[in-house]
Design a protein around this ligand. Sequence first.
Ligand code: FES
Ligand SMILES: [Fe+2]
Length: 440
Amino acid sequence: MENKQINFFKTKDINTVLKPFKKGTVVNIDNLEVREKQKELKLGLHGWYAICPSTELKKNKIHYFSLFDEPLLLFRDKNNNVRCIKNICPHRGSSFYGGSISNGELTCPYHGARFSSQGNCQNIDRITCSHIVDNNYDNYAKRIHLSQFKVVERESYIFIYFTDKSETDLNKFNDDSLISNYDLTANGFSVKDSVSEEVLVDFKCDWSRIIENHLDILHIFWVHGDTIPDKDVNKNVLVSFNQKININPNYIESIYFYKNNPTKEFIRIKYIPPGRILIYKGDPAASRYVQVLDHIPLGDNKARVIVRHYRKFLKNKFLNNLILFKEIQKKIFYKIFDEDYMILKTQTYNQKLGLIKNDEIKLLGEDRIINYFWNWYKKSEEKDNPWKHINKNKELNVYDEIILKYPPEIKKLEVINNINIIRKTFIRYAAPLVFLLLII
Ligand code: FES
Ligand SMILES: [Fe+2]
C-alpha cells in the first residue's frame, strides 16, 4: 500500500529524527534528553496483537475479525484453548459465518464440515460431513486442515501472532517476538492490586492514524480537555513540561515531567509495536492507573481499539456498584473516542486521496515521537508488506457487517450503556425515594 503521509519524513536515523523543531504554542516541552547509544525500535508489522479481552470470547461463540483485510476467527475448543483460524473453509472456501461451535467443534454452514481441535498446540484436523458417503473419506479428512495462527491468553487478553503465513501445524511457528514484552508486570505496573474497565471501539479510519493520535499529547488538551477529569488537561490551562524519550528494540516511550517540578511525571506514553500503547499517569511503579490501548488493523480504513483502564483507587465493589463507576467510565471512554472520530476520519480521507502534501506539513517539537513512529512504520511496512490482501473494491466490503460491531461506528453498545445508567440510577436512587413518598 502506498502511504502518502509518510513520504515527507526523509529522516535516516534517530539523531536526525530528534533534531530540534520549533516550539509549540500551547504546551512547552523542551530539554529533550535522549540516552546515548540507544538502539532503534525493531522493525516489523508482523508480531503479537491483542485481539480481544478473554471475557469477550464466550464458550460456543465465534469471534469474527480480520487483520490487514484477511478474514479470521477465534473460538474456544473443548479444552477451552483459543484457536485462531482463517475464516475460509478448506472444503470449498466459504466463510464460517453462520456456522456454529458445539462441544468445541467448528461446523461450516455450507456443507456441514465439522472440525475438531485436540488441544493446545495440535492441529485442527478432523472434517466430518455426515451426509456424505465416500470410500476415500478418511483419506480426504487426513489431507484437510484449517489454517491457523498461534494464540496465547495472558493478563486476560487473547493475543495472536500474525505473520504472512498461517500454518496447519502450530509447532511450525517460530516467532521471534517475546510475548512477555506486552505484560503489564514487565512494564513496571503490577496488575495484582488493581481493578479494570474496558471497551472495544471500531473506527472506519486508518489504523496508523489512530496510533498517531494516541502518541500525541498535544491534542489531549484541545480535544479531550472537557472530558478527561484532570485539572491540568484543559486547553485554557497552560502547563509546561520537559520531555524525555527512551528508545530500545522493544519499545519507545515519551515521558513528560512538570517543568516547575522536574522529578514529577505528568504522563508517560509507551509504544510497544506493533499495536500496543501504555499510558501511565506518573511513574509506572507509583502510577495509580494505567491505560492499555491495543490497536487492531482490521483492514484498509478499518481499525479496532481495545481500551482497558487499570486503576488502584476506588476498588470497593459495593461503592463502585452504587455510583455506577463501570458504566460512567464506559461513557467517558465512548465520549473520548467520539471526540477523536471525525478528526481521524477526515485525516484518513485527506491521506488516502494524497491531499496531505509533504511540503505543506510542518511538525512541532512536541511531535518528535510521532515523527519517529512514521519513520518506523514506513520501514516496517516495507519489510513485512502486510497489506497485500488489501481490498480496494468497496462493493466487496462484505466482511464489514460481520466484523464492525462496536461504537463509535456502531452506536448500539453506547446506547445500551446509557440506558443502563438511567435504569440503574432510577433503581438505586429514585425508586427508594418514590417508595418513601408513597408511604408518607
Ligand atoms: S465449504 Fe465448508 S463444508 Fe463445504
Ligand atoms: Fe484522542
